[in-house]
Design a protein around this ligand. Sequence first.
Ligand SMILES: Nc1ncnc2c1ncn2[C@@H]1O[C@H](COP(=O)(O)OP(=O)(O)O)[C@@H](O)[C@H]1O
Ligand SMILES: [Mg+2]
Length: 253
Amino acid sequence: MTLTYAGASGGGVTAVRGLDLNVERGAFAAVVGPSGCGKSTLMKLATGLVRPTAGRIAVDEAMVEGPVKIAGMAFQNANLLPWRTIRDNVLLPLEIVEPHRRRFRRNKAEYAERADRLLALVGLDGFAERFPWELSGGMQQRTSLCRALIHEPALLMLDEPFAALDAFTREELWCVLRDLWARIGFTVVLVTHDLREAAFLADTVHVMSARPGRIVASRAIDLPRPRELDVCFEPEFVDIVHDLRSRISEVRQ
Ligand SMILES: Nc1ncnc2c1ncn2[C@@H]1O[C@H](COP(=O)(O)OP(=O)(O)O)[C@@H](O)[C@H]1O
Ligand SMILES: [Mg+2]
């Protein structure tokens, strides 16, 4: 698919061209590429937030023609609403997305329980009644993962979700995401510029070219699961990261 953003003076920016990506149901896919290559554009296309200039996108065997309801999303910034508790931030999509919207008021207690279960899964047991400003950046990002998952989406779309965190917190969150995925079993598309993150988490890492972005290489990561952080120091892992890095420097030429 191709997407050209319309420019003010008529000349548009072609963010992606000939981009072709297929992700199997239940798989964990990572997309890596240089800054500005069209990664966020890919996420917006796949979730129906923007329409392609040419080409087609299907999610769950249906053509994407508007915002995709079976997708949950999280971004670099947690973007929690400061006046809502952690639980009420997690519940927010249910107040918007059908069919939950209609049931929400009547079944609030049931949904609140679901939120609290998710919060416990990501290590935020007991924080439901707190406010965002009382939590660290990593805890806010855990909350944002729960919010993305509260409507039980079949597809989780993550756009550099850990990029704003320090290295230790980031690795903790890798494990949180690894465990959520293993336990719940949704499909993940993770966009990141962190090659270690991609190699640690994904089944397949797709490398994008510089703008206009397209997929120039796809590499299966056949490290056994469950993966522990120690794997990042093993020669096999280091080789994978080197290989990905060299593919990216090729496409930056
Ligand atoms: N809404 C927009 N209007 C015009 N140009 C845009 C818009 N969004 C992104 N772009 C341009 O498209 C290119 C790809 O952007 P983006 O998908 O955000 O890249 P990435 O996420 O890989 O950094 C960039 O050159 C960016 O400036
Ligand atoms: Mg981006």
